[in-house]
Design a protein around this ligand. Sequence first.
Ligand SMILES: Cc1ncc(COP(=O)(O)O)c(C=O)c1O
Length: 370
Amino acid sequence: MIAPTVAYINIDNLIHNYRLVEKLTKGASIIPIVKADAYNHGCIEVSRILSSFSSLAYLGVAHTQEGKILRENDIKKPILVLSCILDDDLRIIYEYDFTPVLYSLSLIEKLANFAKWKGKRINTHIKIDTGMNRLGISYKDAQKIYETLKEYRDFLNVEGIMSHFCCSDSDDEFTSLQLKRFNDVVSFLEGNGLYFKYKHIANSAAILKFPQAYLNCTRPGIILYGYVPEKNISNPGFKPVLSIKSHIIHIHDLCPGEGVSYNRTFITKKKRKIGVIATGYADGFRRMLSNNFYVLIKGKKSPIIGNVCMDMVMCDLTHIDAEVGDEATVLGKDGEREIDAWMLASKMNTIPYEILTSIGKRVYRVYVRK
Ligand SMILES: Cc1ncc(COP(=O)(O)O)c(C=O)c1O
């Protein structure tokens, strides 16, 4: 056993998912989103694998700090820093050859002055806010954007223009409006002689639902890791990449009337065989699942009983012929049954993004390939 709890990352499924994005988006360039440690699948390994695809335009990270990890591990592909450019990041952008997304007019000015001082034209993308109201220069400011970019064109190479959908998974009408606002800004700027190599707005939901939003580049995240972004969107064949297996570390029998775990939230009504599993909320197995979900053992559902602890969780083995050392599936397949991130997310009123990005650092990663 390598570790009590292991996340297996299926490289074949990752490659399958990337190829499916390529097929759906019909020749558009791709910016796979590898922020948050590639949604916890391991940004170095995921970036290494995806770097071999010629359709990859950039690797998308949120912070320069994430980009540094990639560069320090010999990832040579262009890196797009999607958010968070503070003053200290300017030097890092320059030293590590990152392409920052500039999301305000003042940021354009700041980076241009920095580039002037360094005597090097810096590659950038600009972000238009079309209604998410998070980051970006308002679509209403097309004229100002034009003037600012023109003023600083000697210092910035604006290779891309982008926006972000706020509800491509749930509101088709607003998504169409965002796309129209974006296209209008792009047409205005291009009509005035500013050209962009990459134009991108489509996230996973738009890749699944809005072919008109592919433009010439897309930014898939969650579908690369195998999940549709909204439960009711049909899945054209994306396969979960990550599964989590833990182990039974102890088994004991209880008489009726005994409490299990902190606060005795579960009291046995009859004789029970209890299994102790070596995973807890420090690994991302959320406390909210106490008395409220199950793990899979020997292909059967083993209900969680009592409160989830930091490093352990108890389950009912009364009906399962299991031994210490046997595997417990927390996420993934066991025989005919499967627990996927949508099932966990639905139980906890959240989304697979949060399930995946909450997996603890202590969970050992193993990369599997046929
Ligand atoms: C700017 C940006 N683009 C693309 C994505 C990918 O989104 P998704 O995982 O829904 O495809 C994200 C994720 O949050 C993002 O912030």
